[in-house]
Design a protein around this ligand. Sequence first.
Ligand code: F0G
Length: 467
Amino acid sequence: MSMQSHMLRCTGCAQRIAGEAARSDFRCPDCGDLYEVEYPWSESASGTTAKDVPVNRPNPFALRHLWQERRTSTLAVDQSGVWRFRDLLPIVADDQAITLREGNTPLYELPKSAAALGMNWLLAKHQGMNPTGSFKDTGMTAALSVAVSRGFEWVACASTGNTSAAMAAYAARAGLRSMVLIPEGKIAWGKLSQSMDYGSMTVQLRTDFDGCVRVLTELVRRAPIYLLNSVNPYRLEGQKTPAFEMLEQTDWQVPHHVIVPGGNLANCAALGKGFAEMKHLGFISRVPKISVIQAEGANPLYRAMQANGGESLEPVVAETRASAIQIGNPASWRKTVRILKANGGWCEQVNEREIALAKAEIGAEGIGCEPASAVTLAGLKKLVAAGHVGREETAVLLLTGHTLKDPEYTIQYHRGQLFNEAELAAATPGELNQHKAFQKAPLVLDANVDDVLRALDAIAATAGQTA
Ligand code: F0G
């Protein structure tokens, strides 16, 4: 695929550059905003191509068929749930795609959570079912393939743990060297172990995520290292594909709402781009509302929307146990504000107790997710209570990470050790009972059957009382 297959368009001042011409930090030299990938058929490109150059507009009917057909192919690019949509992300040649067969993730029903909310239909798109256990794989396969095609030997990212795990894995597959910058003591063990396992140079900096980003931005200015944070617009090309998949999985019935967690705020922008492209090309006739949920202790977008409708954003010092979204100065906030405005979604915040309860509820559906993903259900409860999401409407929660990413959190929760005294004091008795109903701390017993049977009887008796 030739590099002229796309341009980078500044989302701030609309200036266009060739893909190779981007600065190392992927910021527009004129206005400082971020780029997005633009194709000749993109809505924003209409009127920019010479009149006598025909634009090959993708055909929805042919593509829907082709994308399904590829699922049965034995080719790696066809088996990938990102690259089987490559007609709409022609950023590298087919044989340059570095893939771990990412994507093709399940869309589950959440019947218990739906019933608790009085909703007819609640779904979860589980992006934690990707090769490295998070949604980052879909973006990483895209941007890392570009790094290879551009001849880089080193790639790097700053991360709260999932991006680093994904980058390390894809770099290993491609034979590239990789460096991850992570905030010391602030990422979950599962994620830290992954970057080492995949052979990355793992650097723990004595700072937070936002501090890691500052160091990395300077680093890529001084050394020939390809930046793989989500300011890299190619990441979003991969991360838009779950929108396509979700539509396939609902038989092209557009859900009313998609709910995503908000950290660095690229994922909302990516999905928004995906849905907008589907509408522009005629696959669907309307787009879903996309709402972003932040943790109360890491809520710069929520504050900005409340204070000034997203005109400006004040960074915060972020603090939440949902470590994946412990981000105070999100890079892609402007892109996400545009999606919220274009699609008509909301930004909500949820506290630590609400996150933990929602995570337990998703776990009790037999699905499980990491804490940052559970903000979606916690936020949905607020959106329903506020009347923003109707009980007869369809909502899809984007579960971004696998429960095994952060088992320490889950164990502490079930042992009743997660919350501090102030949090417990702030909880109502009703809320504490809700937590108790979910908490399943492990029993330690002597190794004899009578003891186990007695424990079973005790559990059956309490179940009887609550039934
Ligand atoms: N959920 C999980 C599990 C994440 O790892 C992240 C971001 C998000 C949600 C938020 O997505 O940043 O696009 O708004 N994790 C990044 C990382 C920052 O380094 O792994 P976002």
